[in-house]
Design a protein around this ligand. Structure first.
Ligand code: AMP
Length: 550
């Protein structure tokens, strides 16, 4: 079976094919959408003894009742590999369009016109905001039909226990770049901790939930944090949503430990008595307090409420170290201090002007200033391995090099950006090679964009995100990142890419986007000053720096 699945490149197609060959004596009852959804939900919530076999039973009964084509989509959904080429953004846009036509049929004739596009953009932001605060179509769509788009925010809002999309940060190239972007606005600089985002919710019943950057429920992973919450809240606090970074912490030396240490913690069924890696929470924002949403308040106000509502416990719960600075030298000094304290750099956030908690739009109000900018490109990139080259020499038996791609949100394609073979330890190579083997496919996916000359030995279904550093970005005749944005046929590639770490908290669709790659390319000093845009010769980021291991 495994062999057949690998050669078909899709577990769904395999299920469909097997189903077509099966003769049934009795035709099963037709599946309904809600029954399938309920079964998926039951599978997702199953825990405890023999959970694996219970899940298998549930899947078996779904497949038994399905037609061949239904089994294709059921299997793909279960494997998290639907990839029908429709992202969340397009879905929300389509929903807005459907709503506008439902409200006023004459809108149907305007679709495609500039006036309609403008209206659609404005209205879909309302829907996106509601979706970010309350990501639940079961609630949003009936509310939309009954109360209208304008009233959505009155019914679909932040609720402790429902994770919201976190505010993200924008990369910068240095202190000067930060000052230019913020144009005189007052801001604060906070340490940028290198751990895992933790969105902590407490509801009226005093239940605690901890969610990851991707809204995954991490509560089971952190029984120590669940216990801690009750120690740190002030008596007047009844419910809240708090934004923090959970960081591995050495209690005896009172030192922050690297992210790699945190990633060794168990994820499921963690018993507090077996925890060896201690975490300290560094809180940096408060989004909801005592039944009131704070996302439309300025950071200065949110921060004040955060300080009033929680009590620090050394080594367990601390407020992010911050300073409200404006002077270049002082920021530079604080950046160096943050790195000495084992942080990744600084987060710079506006305090009063344009300082709400922005979730639906990609915000420029939070800027990140990482130490990496000192050594080249302002930030690292998060990229997806889509292919690999078999290792040679010392790397025989594992993959020696990989083909990486960025994600284009518009076309929903993965576009090749570089080959990489540097920065890996031997352990990295063997563990990455082993985990990628699970995602092998016989041929490249239809949504990969690459040049045939890259010719990897194997292809992967997008499944992982890697953080990568590079010397600079250049226009490439071979790679396709951002193709069409700067040049009709050429894309952008990374020079001297180097593997930093696996980003376990990111999905392939959360990788650096094609337009971010283009922004990074344009922001390079050499490009800004007009002497850049140097074309990389041949395959960019290629063998000379890879020691010929692939
Ligand atoms: P990046 O993942 O490199 O884009 O950086 C953004 C991430 O930094 C956030 O998602 C948080 O997990 C993390 N982070 C660490 N310290 C802070 C802070 N003081 N404010 C906001 N985010 C922070």
């Amino acid at each position: 079976m495994k062999k057949d699945i690998a050669s078909l490149g899709d577990i769904g197609l395999y299920a469909e094919k097997s189903k077509s060959n099966q003769k049934l004596l009795v035709k099963p009852k037709p599946l309904t959408v809600s029954a399938v959804f309920d079964a998926f939900k039951t599978i997702a919530m199953m825990t405890g003894n023999q959970v694996q076999s219970k899940k298998v039973d549930k899947i078996k009964s779904l497949i038994t009742s399905s037609s061949p084509i239904e089994s294709r989509f059921i299997m793909r959904s279960l494997a998290g590999k639907m990839r029908i080429g429709l992202g969340e953004k397009s879905l929300l846009q389509a929903l807005t369009q459907a709503y506008l036509i439902f409200k006023d049929e004459s809108n149907a004739k305007l679709v495609g016109s500039d006036k309609f596009k403008e209206k659609l953009a404005k209205k879909s932001l309302l829907l996106q905001t509601a979706y970010c605060e309350c990501p639940n179509y079961d609630k949003i769509i009936p509310t939309l039909m009954e109360h209208g788009l304008e009233n959505l925010s009155k019914f679909c809002f932040l609720t402790p226990g429902i994770p919201l999309k976190p505010m993200l940060a924008h990369p910068t190239k240095g202190v000067q770049d930060v000052l230019e972007r913020l144009e005189g606005a007052k801001f604060t600089c906070e340490y940028k901790y290198d751990g895992e985002r933790a969105q902590i919710h407490l509801n009226d019943d005093k239940d605690t939930y901890i969610y990851s950057r991707n809204q995954e429920n991490n509560t089971e992973k952190y029984p120590d944090i669940v216990k801690l919450i009750h120690e740190i809240v002030s008596p007047n606090v009844t419910n809240f949503i708090l934004d923090c970074e959970a960081v591995a912490f050495d209690v005896s030396t009172k030192q922050i430990l690297p992210f790699q240490v945190l990633s060794t913690r168990k994820r499921k069924n963690v018993d507090e008595s077996e925890i060896t890696v201690r975490v300290c929470l560094f809180a940096f924002d408060l989004l909801y307090l005592n039944s009131e949403s704070l996302v439309t308040k300025d950071l200065s106000e949110r921060r004040e409420l955060l300080r009033q509502s929680f009590n620090e416990v050394e080594g367990k719960f601390m407020l992010a170290t911050s300073k409200d600075l404006s002077d270049v030298d002082a920021i530079q000094e604080f950046l160096e201090e943050s790195i000495k304290s084992k942080c990744e750099g600084l987060m710079i956030k506006t305090l009063h002007d344009d300082a709400t908690y922005e979730i639906a739009k990609r915000s420029r109000k939070w800027l990140k200033l990482k130490k990496d900018y000192l050594e080249g490109v302002g930030d690292t990139l998060d990229l997806v391995p889509i292919g690999a080259y078999l290792g040679k020499g010392k790397r025989t038996g594992v993959y020696g090099g990989f083909l990486l791609a960025c994600y284009d949100e518009e076309s929903e394609e993965f576009q090749s950006i570089c080959k990489i073979g540097t920065g890996f330890t031997d352990e990295d190579l063997s563990s990455l090679s082993a985990s990628l083997k699970e995602s092998l496919v016989a041929k490249p996916k239809s949504y990969f964009l690459f040049d045939d000359s890259l010719n990897p030995d194997v292809w992967f279904e997008p499944s992982q995100v890697w953080e990568v550093k590079c010397a600079d970005l250049s226009i490439s005749p071979v790679h396709r990142a951002g193709v069409g944005l700067l040049d009709d046929t050429k894309g952008i590639s990374l020079r001297f890419p180097r593997f930093i770490k696996l980003r376990e908290d990111k999905k392939p669709e959360d990788a650096t986007t094609a337009s971010q790659v283009v922004d990074m390319y344009r922001n390079q000093e050499s490009v800004k000053s007009g002497d850049g845009g140097a074309e990389a010769a041949g395959t960019a980021g290629s063998k000379e720096d890879e020691n010929d291991y692939y």
